[in-house]
Design a protein around this ligand. Structure first.
Ligand code: FAQ
Length: 327
């Protein structure tokens, strides 16, 4: 596969190859790992799938924070299962990314050094149990809105990973919403906690879709390559349209005084998030950036003995097999 990559780099600007590649994309064909692809296509997929994989495993941390404090055994089991699912999503996505010729170690290096990003949302703290509801409802809800179209993305391994991930994310969104229902229908204090969680997670959830279209650097090329199917603003609008009635059903207020139904566009007009906050979080200045990266680096360092053990065992097995074959 690496030889293939080198070839692709050499011929990346060959107009005939590029035109044939674009024609395949335009016909809706899937691109598979060993097939020719422009170097820019490969690099942008590594960036997006890698960032997505990192988001899944960093995304375990805010909810992992509440496993020991879930209010009932049933809630604890459900939350544990959800957090484990996120690790599984990370695995599918790292595997999909490896098919592009980058190793998992390199991906982790780039995460730990800050060279690669993960979703901005996970740099916000989870302060109360109601936040588990808001994360499931809003954060998984936003993730699904973004990921359902990605099932049709042009790179085969990424599209296939998305199918299973979306099924699980739907369960995650529902579990979050049931927590919100319980809280919103509970005591006045519980309802206030639910409202507070919605207030804190609303705008960070809107930011998950990325900067507004006019500031999105990758959208045009990524949409031409069908790596991305919709623009950031299109998906953000869909999310608002779906979520506002859900908030109203809960008896909660979306924290936006400009929220108004727009008959012409058959959707809600809403306030933009504070983009200066978004870009500050991306630069590392969010409330939890240091804590999140610190936790990931520590997990990597603490797991070294285990990785060494696995490698030693695999080498020993390979040597045994070789000796056996030579007999
Ligand atoms: N956070 O030009 P664009 C989940 C960066 S999964 C951080 O618009 P693009 C499941 C972007 O990388 C959540 N960075 O970029 C879960 C670029 O920077 P660069 C993750 C962001 O790629 C739930 C720059 O801004 N989902 O939550 C963000 O065309 C609960 C310019 O942006 C995915 O990753 C952001 N929010 O569009 C787990 C989905 N937005 O690299 C646990 C796949 C933008 O040039 C618990 N990714 N940036 O330095 C995508 O669909 C796209 O990559 C976008 C961004 C839409 C995120």
């Amino acid at each position: 596969m690496y030889a293939q990559m080198i070839t692709s780099e050499k011929s990346s600007d060959d107009p005939e190859l590029l035109a044939a590649f674009q024609a395949r994309i335009d016909r809706g064909e899937r691109i598979e790992p060993k097939e020719w692809m422009p170097e820019g296509y490969r690099k942008t997929l590594i960036r997006q799938i890698g960032q997505h994989a990192h988001s899944e495993i960093v995304g375990q941390l805010p909810e992992g924070n509440w496993i020991t404090r879930a209010p009932t055994l049933e809630r604890k089991q459900i939350l544990l299962a959800k957090v484990q699912d996120e690790a599984g999503h990370g695995l599918y996505l790292y595997s999909a990314c490896e098919t592009l010729g980058i190793s998992r170690d390199e991906l982790f290096d780039r995460l730990h050094s800050g060279a690669m990003k993960y979703s901005s949302i996970f740099n916000y703290p989870t302060l109360t149990w109601a936040d588990m509801g808001a994360v499931g409802w809003l954060v998984d809800g936003a993730a699904i809105m973004n990921q359902v179209p990605l099932q049709r993305t042009s790179y085969g391994p990424y599209a296939r990973a998305m199918v299973r991930i979306c099924k699980e994310e739907s369960f995650h969104q529902r579990q979050g919403y049931t927590i919100m229902m319980k809280m919103a229908q509970g005591t006045p204090e519980q309802k206030a906690m639910a409202q507070d969680a919605l207030n804190r997670f609303w705008y960070p959830s809107l930011m998950m879709f990325g900067p507004s279209d006019k500031d999105s650097v990758h959208s045009a090329q990524n949409m031409a390559w069908k790596i991305k199917i919709n623009t950031n603003d299109e998906l953000r609008q869909r999310f608002v349209n779906e979520t506002v009635p859900q908030a109203r059903y809960l008896g909660l207020e979306v924290p936006d005084e400009n929220l108004t139904w727009n008959e012409d566009k058959q959707g809600w007009d809403f306030s933009e998030p504070d983009w200066s906050e978004f870009f500050a979080v991306l630069k590392g200045d969010g409330p939890c950036n240091e804590e999140r990266l610190g936790a990931r680096r520590k997990a990597w360092d603490d797991g070294e003995w285990f990785r060494d053990g696995l490698t030693a065992y695999a080498e020993k097995q390979a040597a045994r097999r070789k000796a056996h074959a030579a007999e």
